[in-house]
Design a binder for this molecule. Structure first.
Ligand SMILES: Cc1cc2nc3c(=O)[nH]c(=O)nc-3n(C[C@H](O)[C@H](O)[C@H](O)COP(=O)(O)O)c2cc1C
Length: 303
């Protein structure tokens, strides 16, 4: 009997395969296709205090080996999450981890505070790559001061597992990770999307209404893997790897680099069953390498 369960702080996941925020909705639609209770966890679409419409179309563009998105913070807001989504998703048989968003610290704090009261929510993921209006439009996640402040404030109100999702749009990801750890993060997830741009040469215009957007998918995998490896070597808390994972061996690579679990994002749009296949591929890999406990893979990279 193989062991697939991993621990993120005191949160036990039945296996390391989870789905990335914004690419799996709240899991309820996907549950009509397959039993999403088979997954280690579902990170739900970013929730803000108030409902948000997100950005104007066009909000997505296909790129070589990936996509750009500029969905913005579209969601129905905290009250809707608590009253309509929460009672349904806790039936799904896996850990539900809300991804929380905001544009000012007070809003983030209000969302975290409410999430702390939800009995069946054992962790939140703090997305700190959104524009901070108070700092002249700079993202919390790309400023050392910004990371320190927001993690500290959320830590003060959130008493369960706090996962901080890092922005890759920084020069020194290991330094940003250490700051989040020092101010109270229990775990880190990385990466979010890379700032990119797509142009329609015929119209001589940007494709996205916001001009720039977030690049995800296989195109970012080598950079994400490098960042996960750097961060895993810089912190003591668990790391969740994200970026261009399309199969079980991709997931294993992130774990070898030091990730305790992984999130699958864009590839859910290509193959909605990909996460289940990853679990099988991971199991085959373990058989081939005589590994009985998935934890043996974490950080096992030989250099
Ligand atoms: C359409 C779309 C929406 C996303 N929405 C969110 C979000 O609300 N919050 C967040 O933290 N990340 C969001 N992300 C980023 C993903 O969770 C993930 O970090 C990123 O896509 C990289 O993983 P991938 O290459 O497997 O897609 C979104 C990504 C996409 C493609």
């Amino acid at each position: 009997m193989k062991n697939f369960s991993v621990k993120i702080n005191n949160l036990e996941l039945k296996n390391p395969i989870t789905t990335a925020s914004g690419t799996f909705g709240d899991g309820l639609l996907m549950n009509r296709i397959y039993d999403v209770g088979e997954l280690g966890a579902i990170f739900t679409k970013g929730t803000t205090l108030e409902p948000r419409q997100g950005n104007a179309p066009q909000r997505m563009a296909e790129t070589a080996s990936g996509m750009l998105n500029a969905v913005g913070l579209q969601n129905n807001g905290l009250d809707y999450y608590v009253n309509e989504i929460y009672p349904e998703i806790i039936q799904l048989g896996t850990e539900i981890i809300p991804n929380i968003n905001g544009s000012k610290i007070e809003d983030y704090v209000a969302v975290a505070h409410k999430m702390n009261e939800l009995e069946r929510i054992n962790a939140i993921e703090l997305n700190i790559s959104c524009p901070n209006v108070k700092e002249g439009g700079m993202a919390f996640g790309v400023s050392e001061k910004g990371i320190a402040e927001i993690v500290r404030e959320i830590r003060a109100v959130y008493h369960k597992t706090l996962i901080v999702k890092l922005s890759p749009n920084v020069t020194n990801i290991a330094r940003m990770a250490s700051i989040a750890e020092d101010h109270g993060a229990d775990a880190l997830s990385l990466v979010n999307t890379f700032l990119g741009m797509a142009i329609d040469a015929e119209r001589q215009r940007p494709i996205l209404s916001t001009v720039t957007g977030g690049l995800s998918g296989p195109a970012i995998k080598p950079i994400a893997l490098r960042m996960v490896w750097q961060v895993a070597n810089a912190v003591k808390i668990p790391v969740i790897g994200i970026g261009g994972i399309t199969n079980g061996i991709d997931a294993i690579e992130f774990m070898l680099a030091g990730a305790t679990a992984v999130q699958v994002g864009t590839y859910n749009f290509v193959d909605p069953l990909c996460t289940l296949k990853m679990l099988e591929e991971m199991s085959d890999y373990m058989d081939r390498h005589s590994i009985s406990d998935v934890n043996e893979i974490i950080g096992a990279l030989k250099i």
